[in-house]
Design a binder for this molecule. Structure first.
Ligand SMILES: Cc1cc2nc3c(=O)[nH]c(=O)nc-3n(C[C@H](O)[C@H](O)[C@H](O)COP(=O)(O)OP(=O)(O)OC[C@H]3O[C@@H](n4cnc5c(N)ncnc54)[C@H](O)[C@@H]3O)c2cc1C
Length: 345
């Protein structure tokens, strides 16, 4: 029998960060993950955007999560000698006088001003359709694929990963822990992304998974190295003239199939944004593990204290994963209670 402190199910952003913080606290964990090249963490655009929506509202807990997550990501950069965290202004292409006025007002609002680098009338750059104006918001791009893959290698090299799928039927609840196959642990923590909605221990939670499709395009005439662009779609520069383009929100089709309609929706937005030619080189679909209240699902099961969850990271997985994985590790290791607003489970 193999003994470990915690079994972590899933190695997306949630499982990766939870493993990191528990390891830092001196705990031993075994991660069980069935690799999925279309998991949310693999195909995410990795954008950290302080201001969202038509009403230009600041992301919930943004400053707290950002202040915590940045040094944590930088520590992992150092550990693996890779660059994951990039400071990037997000250029919002503004199509109406009202959008321009709203941004001007926001740039003078307390708590928002330091996030907005510029609000200007006129076109931003060649290569883009004309617009009434543009705003530059201070944001970040996080290379989540690079991080997940580097961390996976580390787990493999240190014998802390098993490539397998955890079925709850294979789980035995013991008086002082759990057993899965030949492994015994004090607790099992599910970091399953959207599949948590099918986990019988957690079907009562307010899951609201939604699908997003993504195009990888080649646009050699677009020189976008240091910026991210937000028009009808988001454009994120990758490398070698490639761009991530997407994404929409589909709450009805919860599968990882890339569709003709999904591609059409993104291409329509791109044609309204760009004046330069592009070709589509890849098309993917993935599922965001969102919740009805747009709040994460973090904690220990009320009836079964051997079982926990870190989920519901929704559209903000980059910041939430680091911040809430740390809070969960503090609960597990030091019994430190979670803030009330996230004690959802
Ligand atoms: C198109 C798209 C764009 C996005 N863009 C952004 C963005 O710009 N910024 C941002 O902050 N967030 C973004 N997100 C959201 C972000 O990617 C997610 O919130 C985050 O990646 C979720 O991480 P996770 O670890 O909870 O789940 P996942 O990434 O889905 O990982 C779950 C892992 O667990 C494995 N697994 C599941 N069940 C089992 C089981 N029973 N046994 C073994 N393995 C299992 C899966 O195979 C997978 O590897 C985006 C998401 C999508 C889909």
């Amino acid at each position: 029998m193999v003994e470990t402190d915690y079994l972590i199910v899933g190695q997306g952003l949630a499982g990766t960060w939870l493993h990191h913080f528990l390891e830092q606290a001196g705990k031993h964990c075994l991660v069980i993950d069935q690799f999925n090249p279309y998991s949310a963490s693999q195909i995410s655009s990795g954008i950290v955007n302080p201001i969202t929506g038509r009403k230009l509202v600041k992301t919930w807990l943004f400053d707290t999560m950002h202040d915590f997550a940045k040094p944590a990501y930088l520590r992992l950069e150092e550990m693996f000698d890779i660059q994951i965290w990039h400071d990037r202004n997000i250029v919002w292409l503004l199509q109406s006088e009202q959008d321009l006025n709203n941004f001007s007002a926001r740039s003078a609002t307390e708590g928002y001003a330091h996030h907005i680098a510029a609000v200007e009338r006129g076109n931003w750059r060649n290569g883009f359709q004309s617009a009434v104006g543009y705003a530059e918001v201070k944001g970040n791009y996080i290379d989540t694929t690079l991080l997940i893959n580097a961390y996976r290698k580390y787990l493999q090299q240190t014998n802390q990963l098993r490539e397998d799928f955890v079925k709850t039927d294979d789980l035995k609840l013991l008086p002082d822990g759990v057993q899965w196959k030949d492994v015994r642990a004090q607790k099992i923590i599910f970091c399953e992304g959207y599949l948590a909605a099918q986990n019988p221990f957690f079907t009562h939670l307010p899951h609201a998974p939604n699908k997003g499709e993504v195009l990888i395009i080649e646009a050699p005439e677009l020189q976008l190295i240091g910026h991210l662009v937000k028009g009808g779609a988001f454009l994120v520069p990758l490398s070698d003239g490639l761009y991530w383009a997407g994404s929409q929100y589909n709450f009805d089709e919860i599968d990882e199939n890339a569709t003709v309609n999904g591609r059409l929706e993104i291409e329509t937005a791109l044609q309204r944004m760009l004046t330069v030619p592009y070709t589509v080189v890849n098309h993917w679909a993935g599922i965001r593990p969102s919740t009805m209240q747009r709040r994460p699902l973090v904690g220990i099961h009320r009836q079964f204290p051997q079982i926990g969850i870190l989920n519901g990271l929704g559209t903000k997985g980059v910041l939430m994963s680091a911040y809430f994985a740390h809070l969960l590790s503090e609960l597990l290791v030091h019994n430190q209670l979670l803030p009330k607003e996230i004690g959802l489970i």
